[in-house]
Design a protein around this ligand. Sequence first.
Ligand code: ZN
Length: 158
Amino acid sequence: MNDERFWSYVVKGPRESDCWIWTGAVADDGYGRFWTATPHGQKVIRPHRYAVQQTLEENLTPSTITRHTCDLPICVHADVNEETTHLITGDAVENSLDRMIRNRVRNGHDTLTGTGIARKARAERMRALRDHTRTHGYDPDAVRAAIAGATLDQATLF
Ligand SMILES: [Zn+2]
C-alpha cells in the first residue's frame, strides 16, 4: 500500500543507468520527504532511504548513511545490483572520507559542504528538477544540469 503510493511519485529514466526522480515533497535540505502511516501516526522518511529499505527488504538503522553515487539528492534508484544502483550504504566515517576525496577531486582542495547557501541552492535546484519532471517526464538534460549545478554552486563559494 505504502509501496504503491511511494512508486507513484517516482519517474524512472529509460536506461538502466538513469536516475529515478522523486517527484513528491522536497524539503529545505534538497532531499525528498515521504510520509507513511503507522499505527502511531504519520512517520516521515527520506525517499532514497525508503527506496533502499524496500530494495534490501530491511530497515536501515538511524546511523546508517545512505549515499548517492550520482550526486542527485532526489534520486531514488536503489538496486541490489552494485553495478546499477545509485545508492550505497555505509557508516558515517566512510561517508565523510568519501565526500572529502570527491570534493578534493572536484575543486582541487577541500571545501566546506552543507553550508546554508549551498543547501538553499540545492533545494531550489531539486525542486526545479522535480517540477520539470512532473510536467515533462524524464529529461536527461535537466537531470545532467541539476547534477552539474551542485559542482558550480560549491565552486562559487570559494
Ligand atoms: Zn541517480
